[in-house]
Design a protein around this ligand. Structure first.
Ligand SMILES: [Fe+2]
Ligand SMILES: [Fe+2]
Length: 134
């Protein structure tokens, strides 16, 4: 995920860590009771599509509509997911994709994703800076 650019100069990994951070922060600000583990895991995997979306992956359909399903398939191939985590990944593009999220964790990630994407596109850096280990 760190080898693919998401927005500006921000990699998909950096974007996903920011989305996890903002989702958690939002849940605390709103004082919502959430499954924090599913919230963070779902946020980290919401864009686990593993290709450069600026180039495409040869699939039919627009990236904005198809990548949640691709990310879910990749995540399910590698990890045991909870129902909440599946819903977070599959529904994070709502309302661009018409079916709304089922859980509050998925709404949080959907909102955090839009906020982080906007900041990354306009300011060309991440919302949350973290130290990468070698
Ligand atoms: Fe996405
Ligand atoms: Fe995203």
């Amino acid at each position: 995920m760190d080898t693919f650019i998401q927005h500006g100069d921000v990699s998909t990994l950096e974007h996903s860590v920011s989305v996890a951070f903002v989702s958690l922060w939002l849940s605390e600000k709103l004082n919502w009771h959430v499954d924090r583990s599913s919230l963070v895991r779902g946020a980290l995997l919401h864009d686990f599509f593993l290709y450069d979306w600026h180039v495409g992956n040869g699939q039919k359909g627009l990236h904005g509509f198809t990548h949640p399903r691709t990310a879910l398939e990749n995540a399910e191939a590698r990890f045991q997911l909870t129902e909440r985590e599946r819903n977070i990944i599959l529904r994070h593009m709502w309302p661009l994709t018409p079916i709304p999220p089922k859980y509050r964790e998925a709404y949080l990630v959907s909102v955090a994703d839009k906020y982080c994407s906007l900041v990354e596109t306009l300011r060309k850096h991440t919302v949350y800076q973290y130290k990468k280990s070698e």
